[in-house]
Write a protein that binds this ligand. Structure first.
Ligand code: HEM
Length: 270
């Protein structure tokens, strides 16, 4: 009989150890992806800034081409890098054991900053077009871009109303959450599509070769190399963020139903 007890203890110890090592491996691989996400995000901001300061003449807010240069910098920083980092905040295992409310506020704050950057980025290009009597919203890039920003604005307002206002009913939060998560991924994909199409359009406009004294895009001058690499970095950043968002094991654990019944922080766990 005692032999059975010993075997049972050894077996349960072994399964606990195996469970622990699987969890450790999952956490280590999360932090690897998260570090990659941070590095790629920084690289995107560095590349878009270098491109526009070194090859496009720098920045100003005077209706000139230098004002346009704010557009790519603010769109990449806001709708890609800040947005992507805001989206993965809840997945950081370090935050799981803590009250969700401060992380909710940080998530909403980072997304608000992303939204403000993108609105300012749109103001830069609309104002530049207005000053130079260029028509608005004629390109595929501008159509996708304006829809992306409109969806992001709607998503932010719905998120605020659904998850942060204390008066929003629990049933509404439950209904909203899957739609919010799905729409969040869609907005990131659309932002990346907008950036790729914008970079391509700008390179075709700027690197005409004979007509404006630049080396043609077809000869792959250093500017094109940097801007193409920016596109590759943006795609890689997006793929890492989507990988983090889609891994079930990296989702913040839901509170157990028996805890929910007694939790005074019920409002914070949606
Ligand atoms: C999420 C990112 C982006 C969004 C949402 C976006 C959105 C827009 C919108 C709505 C316009 C039209 C403005 C108007 O009609 O007056 C526009 C114009 C433009 N954007 Fe972007 N953009 C993004 C990123 C970029 C990037 C990274 C570049 C790279 C340089 C870029 C290049 C351009 C160019 C060249 C125009 C002027 C020509 C046109 O209207 O298509 N965009 N963008």
């Amino acid at each position: 009989m005692w032999l059975l007890d010993v075997l049972h203890t050894i077996f349960s110890l072994y399964s606990k150890l195996a469970d622990c090592s699987t969890r450790m491996r999952s956490i280590v691989s999360f932090y690897f992806c998260y570090l990659l996400c941070l590095c790629l995000g920084i690289a995107c901001v560095v590349f878009v800034s270098i491109w526009n300061s070194q090859w496009r003449g720098g920045f100003a807010w005077d209706g000139s081409a230098l004002q346009f240069n704010w557009h790519p910098v603010l769109m990449v920083t806001g709708l890609v890098v800040l947005y992507g980092n805001g989206a993965v905040l809840y997945r950081i295992p370090l935050t799981w054991g803590q009250n969700k409310l401060p992380w909710k506020l940080l998530h909403a704050g980072v997304m608000l900053l992303a939204l403000l950057c993108s609105i300012l980025g749109l103001c830069a290009v609309f104002d530049f077009h207005h000053t130079n009597s260029t028509p608005n919203l004629y390109s595929l890039h501008s159509w996708i871009g304006i829809c992306t920003t409109a969806l992001f604005t709607t998503q932010w307002v719905m998120g605020l109303a659904g998850f942060l206002l204390p008066c929003s009913p629990m049933s509404f939060r439950k209904l909203l959450k899957p739609a919010h998560v799905w729409m969040g991924g869609c907005i990131l994909i659309l932002s990346i599509v907008s950036c790729i199409s914008g970079i391509n359009e700008k390179l075709f406009f700027a690197l005409k070769g004979t007509t404006n004294g630049t080396v043609p895009y077809g000869n792959l001058p250093p500017e094109a190399l940097v801007a193409n690499s920016l596109g590759v970095l943006i795609v890689a950043f997006g793929l890492v963020v989507l990988k983090i968002l889609s891994n079930q094991k990296w989702q913040r654990p839901e509170p157990r139903s028996e805890d929910l019944g007694y939790s005074p922080l019920l409002q914070d766990d949606s």
